[in-house]
Design a protein around this ligand. Sequence first.
Ligand SMILES: Cc1cc2nc3c(=O)[nH]c(=O)nc-3n(C[C@H](O)[C@H](O)[C@H](O)COP(=O)(O)OP(=O)(O)OC[C@H]3O[C@@H](n4cnc5c(N)ncnc54)[C@H](O)[C@@H]3O)c2cc1C
Length: 247
Amino acid sequence: MVDWIEGKITGKKHWSQALYSLQIDAPLVEFKAGQYIKVALDVEGERVGRPYSLVNAPAEQPLEIYFNEIPEGPLTPRLSDLEAGDRIWVSDKASGVFTLDNVVSRKHLWMLATGTALGVFLSMLKTDEAWGAFERVILVHGARNTGELNYDETIAALRAAHPEQFTFVTALTRQVHDTSLQGRITQLLNSGELQVAANADINPDDSHLMLCGNSAMIKDVRAWLEERGMHRHKRHEPGHYTTEQYH
Ligand SMILES: Cc1cc2nc3c(=O)[nH]c(=O)nc-3n(C[C@H](O)[C@H](O)[C@H](O)COP(=O)(O)OP(=O)(O)OC[C@H]3O[C@@H](n4cnc5c(N)ncnc54)[C@H](O)[C@@H]3O)c2cc1C
């Protein structure tokens, strides 16, 4: 059972196409970067709630979620209609173990995101914890086109703060663009283009990977990693990758 608390929308950004962020003022208890909350609206007498990763770092207020409007979805078309001042329900606790304390400290931390899963990694990268345990942190964002490559100011600030340690690579599936790789993340791993672009190999000794986003990317990358002797990380059995699936 979720205990709901009432929050208030304090900001909204329509980035492009169907992509939005909402900022929510709500008295959430402490959370760890990488965790998600549930967000809900009352629709025709029923409370419709869905999980959303937090984009803000634990030390930052307000809460922020980044989402895709799914026209046929019960919640997101209503979320994108909200404006500053509107009320929204949020769960009183954050949940999830897709966090940096569930990662093995190795030379390279790879963060692979599709679509709106970029947000969860931004929350982590805004904490000190992300920068203490790895020689390099490589964030890979897979999207359909450049219109889906948002949060550029946050990424520019991370680049400026960690110029040697941070690498950001984008991969587009439906547009050719000179600053992005072309293709799905798994294709680019298979061809080695991703590793070349990041100037880092992926192997059991040097790498931990965090995968977040759609099920196809997670399934394919998992298979690719398992073929190379890399296994899912468990609390009592250190491995090489952790996952969070959105859909
Ligand atoms: C742990 C967790 C964290 C999540 N965090 C986020 C987040 O930070 N941002 C976010 O946008 N979504 C996130 N999701 C998905 C989110 O909970 C909703 O499913 C989504 O926003 C659609 O809600 P809906 O009610 O409109 O439609 P739903 O009935 O939930 O879904 C309708 C259809 O849309 C597909 N779908 C769901 N999410 C997406 C998506 N992000 N992109 C494309 N298609 C999708 C579903 O597979 C389904 O076919 C998360 C899911 C989980 C399990």
